[in-house]
Design a protein around this ligand. Structure first.
Ligand SMILES: NC(=O)c1ccc[n+]([C@@H]2O[C@H](COP(=O)([O-])OP(=O)(O)OC[C@H]3O[C@@H](n4cnc5c(N)ncnc54)[C@H](OP(=O)(O)O)[C@@H]3O)[C@@H](O)[C@H]2O)c1
Length: 248
């Protein structure tokens, strides 16, 4: 596996914690050069220092994925530093779930801005480079909630369904440019994601769900590595995985 990932230039949004951080560590250990984006730049910098201290190649770029110029600068930084963008992982996201009747409309807006528009901005940032290279791989992070919905999760599920639709449309459109696309849909993984919930009822229930079921974030990292390590003529388009004990 390492030989197929070795030397690849991988841009990751939301690399300051959780799935993005785990992917950065794993892909760096397999020889990728990682370009780390998120808002908490001190966490990114310390991850970057750790990876370079182990002989890896990494840079940290302060990035708010709701600001399209910043996402463009993130992808451009990869090209400036390492000469290309082989992989763009659009991972940044948040999950402030609540019942619609609670009218947490600012949180709906935030999920749409980060989970949908942030992914689109990531695609927009990477595509021109990948078209020019006539090669590339875009990985978008959806969720089990991108396949299902239940009360309290309506807007989050809508954003994650949107990520799957965007990924499938992208898959069909980028065939002429030899670009691969993968959408990864995790179940409960132990990260800071439940901390974004402000509704007390949902927060308690979700915290229990995560405490009971969540699996470590390297599960995601290995799934991404599987997709990236395929030979160039193999395009892994969808990965859906859950904790073995998770029913939903
Ligand atoms: N954990 C799960 O069970 C699970 C399951 C299915 C899907 N997912 C998806 O996995 C992705 C990663 O979440 P996680 O579980 O790793 O949660 P997490 O630990 O809370 O990480 C979320 C990441 O997104 C970044 N982020 C949030 N808003 C951002 C913004 N405006 N601009 C740039 N970065 C931003 C955060 O960085 P900063 O705060 O530093 O900006 C952080 O690095 C999300 O898309 C989530 O929906 C997670």
């Amino acid at each position: 596996m390492a030989s197929d990932i070795e030397g690849k230039v991988v841009v990751i949004t939301g690399a300051s914690s959780g799935l993005g951080e785990a992917a950065a560590r794993h892909l760096s250990s397999l020889g990728a050069s990682v370009v780390l984006g998120a808002r908490r730049v001190e966490r990114l910098q310390s991850l970057s220092d750790e990876l370079t201290g182990r002989g890896g190649k990494a840079i940290a770029v302060a990035t708010d994925v709701t600001v399209r110029d910043q996402v463009k600068q993130l992808a451009d930084a990869a090209v400036e530093k390492y000469g290309r963008v082989d992989v763009m992982i659009n991972n940044a996201g948040l999950m402030p779930q609540s019942l619609l009747e609670r009218l947490k409309i600012d949180e709906w807006d935030r999920m749409i801005d980060v989970n949908i528009k942030g992914v689109l901005y990531g695609i927009a940032a990477a595509l021109p480079h990948m078209k020019r290279q006539k090669a590339g791989h875009i990985v978008n992070v959806s969720s089990v909630a991108g396949h299902k919905v239940r009360p309290g999760g309506t807007v989050y599920s809508a954003t994650k369904h949107a990520v799957r639709v965007i990924s499938e449309g992208l898959r069909q459109e980028v065939k002429p440019y030899n670009i691969r696309t993968t959408v990864v849909s995790p179940g409960a993984v132990d990260t800071e994601l439940p901390d974004t919930i402000t509704d007390p009822d949902v927060s308690v229930a979700m915290r229990k769900f995560y405490d009971d079921f969540a699996i470590p974030a390297d599960s995601f990292a290995r799934a991404v590595a599987f997709a990236l390590s395929q030979p160039p003529d193999v395009d892994i388009n969808e990965i859906l995985f859950r904790p073995t004990r998770q029913e939903f």
